[in-house]
Design a protein around this ligand. Sequence first.
Ligand SMILES: C[S@@+](CC[C@H](N)C(=O)[O-])C[C@H]1O[C@@H](n2cnc3c(N)ncnc32)[C@H](O)[C@@H]1O
Length: 192
Amino acid sequence: MSALTFLSEFFRNWKTVGAIAPSSPALAARMMESAEVWRAERVLELGPGTGALTQGIADVMPAAARYLGIELSEPFVYKLRQRFPQMQFEQGAAQEFGFDSVLGEDAAIDVIISGLPWTAFPESLQEAILDHVLPRLAPGGRFATFAYWGLHQLPAGRRFRALLHDRLPGVETTRVVWGNMPPAFVYVARKS
Ligand SMILES: C[S@@+](CC[C@H](N)C(=O)[O-])C[C@H]1O[C@@H](n2cnc3c(N)ncnc32)[C@H](O)[C@@H]1O
């Protein structure tokens, strides 16, 4: 069901969905491990889609941790709320979401998991999102996102990596998850 929902939303909004299939459980597990979600108190997910990474978060996040997912697509938000009734999803754009009203002023986030299709975005949007969300990351907090292998070498992919590196020096890359469709790896960065 989630693969069908995902594909139909891709045909309606291919520029923002940016992928034809949800992430695999193996990629979700690589993201969780890289970002050490198991020891987070506050987790923010950008672009949860149909919940492929959200399931990974739910599986390892401490029971007392707070989760917030920001998703642009209304149909996806509707499905997410049904699938994960214990988690909080808000419909909105990551680059302008009002975190203060939901999390409280100055509330710092330990882990940001992003499923956003960075290579489909213009540089101005890549920058706007990073500059809106990264200031909310706590010192020592982790930011993890995935990139499709091969697409990371395109200009938009290189630009994203450079923008991320400018803001969080020391970005690391994991091994490629070949079983994902398409194959993907994780960028993980830590705020000093
Ligand atoms: C590549 S899909 C990833 C979905 C899911 N995280 C996964 O890994 O299977 C990208 C998701 O980001 C959402 N999205 C795109 N631009 C967004 C934005 N500016 N703010 C919030 N969500 C956005 C899309 O609607 C879509 O659900």
